[in-house]
Design a protein around this ligand. Structure first.
Ligand code: BGC
Length: 719
């Protein structure tokens, strides 16, 4: 392997700063960034300037409105890497991409459920397998750096990136994040695959307004207990890179925070990898956050804070300003060396010095049936049956059905953003071979079926006709929700579903026909204006291209649902309270105004029944060093085979900081045949029950705790 210190010794300052710079692929194409001529053509002069002369160390992304095939990616990246070989030291370029649910910027790649759906499956083996396949397909496309997983912890349901997270719970984010990192990178120390990039460090998921990239106010104690743990476990699992949060916390833009990026991330948490900015975020210190009076100040502040690489992403002024800052002595060359060493280490670990371009032919399983099968299995496990009064579902395949609603017949509703394009607006075209919900229902259905959209995402279409057709149907499958979006493009003023969707639901309710509501959405859009009158509700939180098929299978009973909510589904806009709230949020003057969600965290029905019994702990009292052994029996008492996730919660009865009503501490998913029973064991270290105290240190206070699984509970003491 390459000797990094030796290489660093040979590098000029310009070469080093080039390595710290990341530009968008658009800058290498003919035309202006964001206005590239289509089909895109790499411009030799731009390659010469950016890769050979300025020696830019990393290129990212895809040209908007154009989805390259695998072979085209091979050509693009081969040309970029060939240009890097023309430089004095022949340092390969690190290509980075947002392959957040499969290699979503490459035609024909296998796309998977989005992270929120993966969380709903509570299936860690599957999450790891998905990441492994994604890494394989990313390697096929010579993309060794993946800006995923997002470990933002979605605590604000209106936030437009809620679905990019693994939901509201810290432990689920830790477990899913670690599984994903292992899948991308292999086990810690085995850096043969793709580099993961944890994002967006940290606190990005808690903008006070719910609007993307707006101020967060997060006390240190809360930051440490809720927003750092998922990063810590992923760092411990060997995550090679991290991206910074574009927002501000407590008045300091995170890109300017030496406290967060160096004191906490490097010194306390022990992160030794590469820290990249988010999109244009150094520029934003000057133009948006207004903490840097000039661009040059912005560069200095972010380097002093601790960033290693700037996603500039459209120009090279970062290089010029940083050069000036070092030449005039404001930034030391040692500081530059620290960052370059980390960048070169990632390139070396990924084996890019030996082989920067892979031959797609060496990856015959790219987009294969086996990979697609994994996507279908994952979609199946991700669906959450939220309501099923009088066992309305599953429907008879011969039933007379009306399908309607804006989500019924489009791929955007199943895939969300980062699908073929940033906003997912090319999904329909790119994924046309996959069934929408409507197409999949038609495929399985054997009776009379009518389709009237009723309303699309912005207005009424054949609203009245839909209502007439409803009168003739036995059942209505109403598909509501959100089309694709991400980042600020999905900002909201109102968490309720749009009025015209609510009106359609109410009008259909008034026909008296039983309605099966499918919610295809990236966050819990409120449905309380009509939910009580809907007997069956299915939650689909971007289950991916195979989601249509999985939903149809669930509706007709070919699939027994097993997903559970990885977030609290609120009922009212002024009551966006997570499951691990404080007691004061439940015990009030009027309980209906406090914690009173539509559906609770962990909720999810099955077509079979599971009975829990015999919850046992090995002791009644533990020292802080003793392991708590828990066992519980679970039986499938229904008539169908099914899967169930066991959720283990612990409540600290009294603590010096107001304790939450409960916290999820373990989970396990298992499959049980009808009539089968199994005993499951969990081990908990008392340290896992600690919290962050007033002095910002983790503490475990002695006292009584309650352990809860399903309706059962046991008390124990920590001495
Ligand atoms: C997003 C990141 C993403 C980056 C590169 C930014 O706008 O916030 O999540 O990785 O773009 O595409």
């Amino acid at each position: 392997m390459i000797n990094i210190d030796h290489l660093l010794d040979q590098m000029t300052l310009e070469e080093k700063i080039g390595q710290m710079t990341q530009l968008s692929l658009d800058t290498l194409h003919t035309g202006e960034p964001m206005k590239i001529q289509l089909p895109p053509q790499l411009a030799e002069k731009k390659l010469d300037y950016i890769v050979r002369e300025r020696m830019v160390g990393s290129i990212l992304n895809v040209t908007s409105e154009y989805l390259p095939e695998l072979e085209e990616w091979h050509q693009i990246i081969s040309r970029i890497q060939a240009k890097a070989q023309e430089t004095r030291l022949k340092i390969p370029v690190l290509y980075g991409i947002d392959a957040i649910h499969g290699v979503n910027y490459c035609a024909g790649a296998t796309l998977f459920p989005q992270p929120l759906s993966i969380a709903a499956s509570f299936n860690l083996q599957q999450a790891e397998a998905i990441a492994r396949v994604t890494a394989y397909e990313a390697q096929a496309a010579s993309m060794p750096w993946n800006f995923s997983p997002a470990l933002d912890v979605g605590r604000i349901p209106s936030w437009p990136r809620f679905w990019e997270s693994f939901g509201e719970d810290v432990f689920v984010n830790q477990a899913m994040g670690t599984a994903t990192v292992k899948g991308y990178q292999g086990e810690a120390g085995d850096y043969t695959k793709v580099a993961a990039c944890l994002k967006h460090f940290t606190g990005y998921g808690l903008p006070l307004s719910g609007i993307d990239r707006t101020p967060a106010w997060i006390p240190d104690r809360y930051l440490r207990e809720y927003f750092l743990p998922a990063y810590q476990t992923a760092i411990d699992a060997g995550a090679m890179t991290i991206m910074v949060n574009s927002g501000e916390i407590n008045g300091i833009p995170v890109h300017a925070s030496k406290y967060l990026l160096t004191d906490i991330l490097r010194k306390e948490m022990g992160f030794e990898g590469l820290l990249v900015t988010d999109w244009q975020d150094i520029i934003y210190l000057h133009t948006r956050h207004k903490t840097a009076p000039t661009m040059k100040d912005a560069v200095r502040i972010s380097i002093e804070a601790g960033i290693d690489m700037s996603m500039t992403p459209f120009d090279t002024q970062f290089i010029d300003f940083l050069l000036e800052l070092v030449q005039e002595g404001s930034i030391s060359e040692e500081r530059i060396d620290e960052s370059v060493r980390r960048i070169l280490a990632v390139k070396a670990h990924l084996g890019l010095f030996e082989q920067a371009v892979n031959n797609p032919k060496d990856y015959p399983a790219f987009g294969s049936e086996t990979h697609q099968q994994l996507s279908l299995d994952a979609a199946r496990e991700s669906l959450v049956l939220l309501k099923n009064e009088q066992n309305l579902l599953p429907l008879d395949k011969a039933a007379n059905i009306l399908v309607c609603g804006p989500a019924a017949d489009n791929q955007g509703a199943l895939n969300g953003g980062w699908t073929a394009s940033w906003q997912g607006d090319m999904a329909e075209e790119a994924l046309s071979q996959f069934d929408t919900i409507l197409e999949a229902i038609k495929r399985l259905h054997e009776g009379t079926l009518e389709y009237r959209i009723g309303v699309n995402y912005s207005e009424e279409v054949d609203f009245q006709e839909a209502i007439w057709k409803a009168q003739e149907a036995d059942y209505i499958v109403l598909c509501l929700g959100e089309e694709s979006y991400t980042e600020y493009c999905g900002d909201l003023n109102d968490l309720y579903l749009p009025d015209h969707q609510i009106n359609l639901a109410l009008a259909l309710v008034s026909t008296g026909k039983p309605i099966i509501l499918v919610l295809a959405e990236g966050r819990p859009r409120l449905i309380s204006k009509f939910a009580d009158q809907i007997p069956a509700i299915v939650g689909a939180f971007y289950p991916g291209p195979a989601g249509g098929q999985a939903i149809a299978e669930l509706i007709f009973g070919d699939l027994n649902p097993s997903g559970k909510l990885p977030f609290t589904y609120p009922q009212f806009p002024n009551s966006l309270i997570p499951y691990d709230h404080k007691f004061t949020e439940v015990e009030g003057v009027d309980d209906t105004i406090r914690f009173n969600p539509q559906f609770e965290f962990g909720h999810g029905l099955s077509y079979t029944q599971f009975e829990y019994s015999n919850l046992q702990l090995n002791k009644k009292s533990y020292t802080p060093e003793e392991t708590i052994h828990v066992s519980i029996a679970i039986k499938n008492t229904g008539s169908k085979a099914g899967k169930e996730t066991i959720l283990l919660y612990v409540r600290d009865e009294y603590a010096s900081i107001t304790p939450p009503v409960k916290r999820l501490r373990k989970f396990k998913k298992l499959a049980l045949e009808s009539g089968a029973e199994q005993t499951i064991h969990f081990e908990i270290q008392p340290s896992e029950l600690a919290f962050v105290g007033l002095d910002n240190q983790w503490i475990l206070e002695a006292g009584r705790f309650e352990l809860m699984i399903d309706g059962l509970s046991q008390y124990f003491i920590i001495e």
